[in-house]
Write a protein that binds this ligand. Structure first.
Ligand code: ZN
Length: 184
């Protein structure tokens, strides 16, 4: 079993949030840094949360849990066949949690070192906090819908990122969130 498989099977059995120290001691994977590196590379498999209590040591710190999107064949099939935005929006708003950290992603560069945080989720908007410029912004559902309508063309390279950005100032956050839910 690879380290990734070990962590997945552990989190499947224990569906809670765990810090890297505890994941390391509970799975036997060492050093602890290897958990950090692995999970940061696979943020669509392992959700990362700031300031959430670890189920094992009860300390408030950065913790991981298995992403709800993992192995979610329902959404994959639905998106493949129909690409219904409402279904996707429902998945996004029911899966994201406040304090969850989302890595910035672009098609060109992949996952970047920087990330932003989810603050609140309503049926009409998602509020995010950018750690870098300490700035809150509310991204309306309609912005997601707009970018989602061009998602396939962006993924195929027909539309460049700066063309998306010209249309919408929230593109950075939207494409990073869509990347998690539209595993194309
Ligand atoms: Zn812990």
């Amino acid at each position: 079993m690879t380290n990734k498989e070990l962590i997945i099977s552990f989190l499947k059995k224990h569906n809670y949030n765990f810090c890297d120290d505890c994941l390391s001691s509970l799975t036997g994977i060492s050093p602890r840094q290897s958990i950090n590196q692995l999970c940061n590379k696979e943020l669509y498999v392992f959700s990362k949360h700031a300031n959430i209590k670890c189920h094992n040591c009860n300390k408030i710190k950065i913790t991981r849990s298995l992403a709800n999107t993992f192995e979610n064949t329902k959404i994959k099939n639905c998106l493949k066949n129909e690409r219904k935005f409402d279904f996707l929006w429902n998945e996004i708003t029911s899966t994201l949690k406040p304090s969850q950290q989302i890595p910035n992603w672009t098609k060109h560069s992949g996952f970047l070192e920087s990330e932003f945080e989810i603050c609140s989720i309503t049926n009409n908007a998602i509020e995010v906090f950018t750690i870098k410029d300490k700035h809150h912004r509310s991204i309306p559902k309609t912005d997601f819908e707009n970018i989602f309508s061009k998602w396939d063309k962006y993924i195929s390279g027909e539309i460049k990122r700066n063309e998306l950005r010209d249309e919408n100032k929230n593109t950075t956050y939207i494409i990073s969130i869509l990347k998690i839910f539209c595993k194309t």
